[in-house]
Design a protein around this ligand. Structure first.
Ligand SMILES: CCCCC/C=C/C(=O)SCCNC(=O)CCNC(=O)[C@H](O)C(C)(C)COP(=O)(O)OP(=O)(O)OC[C@H]1O[C@@H](n2cnc3c(N)ncnc32)[C@H](O)[C@@H]1OP(=O)(O)O
Length: 257
């Protein structure tokens, strides 16, 4: 891989954006590699949780602006469609995903974080969607995901002013789940991942699907998906283990079966 680093440690699949000299700006190559490594991790049974982060002082400062020079309407449209497809795929991965935001999360970088299930940020991080300052606007799904994440008023403010906000402000408006010091960011993110790892991966996958797709469906469809998925959970060994463990007053050990 040219633009991302990966490693698997204790059930965590790490995807580390690796263009630190360009603040991990996302070029076409990085988009392709992100898709490939995420697919590999989704299919790898040793990976229970996927964490995205960046090398150096940024999570990612956004799409690579230097590539914009060559774009016309059609190639820009194709670039946006490709980026959107990758972000949609990352959002739909059946395993929990966390964006560990170690610094700047701007433009397409914040859009990548928005495609993850959880966002944990360092106090020093700075977040925003400054595309409007370039005469464009978010194109990796941010116009839709930000509104759903924090509501229309704040989302419009962030996208239409291009202002950057601190991690604390991002936590206040519900854009990030947790803010910690940079020195404890990795430890705290691993601790959070550990909580998820104790749960049934099948129940988490069904639940994630229902939350994501139910949320964008009419209420009745979402409620139907919930009941159907609830029934499916009862076909798993994990459900038997969870209920038995409670009744036997012990901690459940889920096997993902
Ligand atoms: C077609 C699909 C589009 C999808 C939709 C997404 C669009 C976008 O994401 S547009 C990009 C949005 N992001 C930005 O506008 C942020 C741009 N960067 C900055 O404003 C600053 O770099 C900074 C405030 C984040 C940090 O400033 P500073 O600490 O002074 O660092 P430098 O500016 O010197 O940056 C170091 C190095 O990195 C290069 N770089 C930074 N961001 C990008 C980027 N988004 N694309 C390409 N390159 C970037 C910067 O040019 C420097 O490189 P060198 O000059 O070669 O050292």
């Amino acid at each position: 891989m040219e633009t991302v680093e990966t490693k698997i440690e204790n059930g965590i699949g790490w995807i580390i954006l690796n263009r630190p000299d360009k603040l991990n700006a996302i070029n076409l190559k990085m988009l392709e590699e992100l898709e490939e490594v995420t697919k590999n991790f989704e299919e790898n049974n040793d990976v229970k949780i996927i964490i995205f982060t960046g090398n150096g002082k940024a999570f990612s400062a956004g799409a690579d602006i230097s590539q914009f020079k060559e774009l016309n309407s059609i190639s820009a449209w194709n670039f946006a469609k490709k980026g959107r497809r990758v972000m949609d795929y990352i959002e739909s991965v059946s395993k929990p995903t966390i964006a560990m935001i170690n610094g700047y999360a701007l433009g397409g970088g914040l859009e990548l974080a928005l495609a993850c299930d959880f966002r944990i940020a360092a106090e020093e991080a700075s977040l925003g969607l400054p595309e409007i300052n370039l005469g464009i606007y978010p194109g990796f799904g941010g116009t839709q995901r930000l509104v759903r994440a924090i509501g229309k008023a704040k989302a419009m403010e962030l996208m239409m002013t291009g202002d950057r906000i601190s991690a604390k402000e991002a936590e206040r408006i519900g854009l990030v789940n947790k803010v910690v010091s940079l020195s404890s960011l990795k430890e705290e993110t691993i601790k959070f991942a550990g909580k998820l790892m104790e749960k049934s991966p099948i129940a988490l996958a069904i639940l994630k699907h229902i939350i994501l797709y139910g949320n964008d469906s009419p209420l009745l469809d979402g409620l139907n998906m919930e009941s159907l998925g609830w029934g499916v959970a009862f076909s798993t060994e994990d459900e038997k283990e969870g209920v038995s463990a409670f009744l036997e007053k012990r901690k459940a050990v889920f096997k993902g079966k």
